[in-house]
Design a protein around this ligand. Sequence first.
Ligand code: 0WE
Length: 263
Amino acid sequence: MDHFPLSLKPLAGKKALIVGVANDRSLAWAIAEHLHAAGCELAFTYMGDTLERRVRPLAESVSSKLILPMNAQSDAEMDSVFARVKSEWNGLDFLIHSIAFANREDLEGRFIDTNREGFLLSMDVSAYSLVALSKRAEPLMEGREAAIITLSYIGATRVVQNYNVMGVAKATLEATVRYLANDLGPKKIRVNAISAGPVKTLAAAGIRNFRDMLSKSEEKVPLRENIEQSDVGALAAFLCGPGGKHITGTTMMVDSGAHMMGI
Ligand code: 0WE
């Protein structure tokens, strides 16, 4: 048995759509770099002109020819993205979903103060978008041993001060992963979440006391060091490769062991 086939580009010829790169610190970008290093061809989406200016040079640095606008709240824009992916690639192996949003005022104070609009906005962008994208990816992924990966956080299952409505949205996202994995399993499409420890990205910038949170967690976690973006990239590449073949419906923790500690 050839347990360790030698291949420098284990994902050569595979195609991935990456949703959620904001800049070179993004978890989605670390995943893109790892998939690119494994030989994968990449497509990217961005939301708005400001992010386009950040995403386009990054995408071009990995020879991406598909750089497309997409607001996660727009069905029509999602349709356009998948129409382009179909016409350019006629198939898709991997979908990376790395987007979330809550109103800034909903990421502090008491969760109980979340209003209907803020709650639904966070759910729509952070959780429903995975359903909407997976539905469109399904016909392109059939017969390819494809994989869908999303990003979560421990606030989904434990109360994290100030994470508030995002925690509820991430709980929904993790349950969404299980139901999608059940629906798509018969088509050999795997669906998993990566739950990452805190990292300094644009999404974390401006979160109150985030620096304190990082230094506190570094002192307390079993491995005594915070994660890096590349830890998430490496796990995503593993899940997309042969090691992930029978892994679906899970949330994998990349958090230096934080999740299993009491208090
Ligand atoms: O999921 C997240 C944050 C996602 C996020 C970030 C922002 C900042 C800007 C969602 N919506 C917004 N809206 C904005 O206006 N993380 C895992 C990072 C994060 O955010 C926190 C954390 C951690 C960790 C918020 C409170 C407490 C901890």
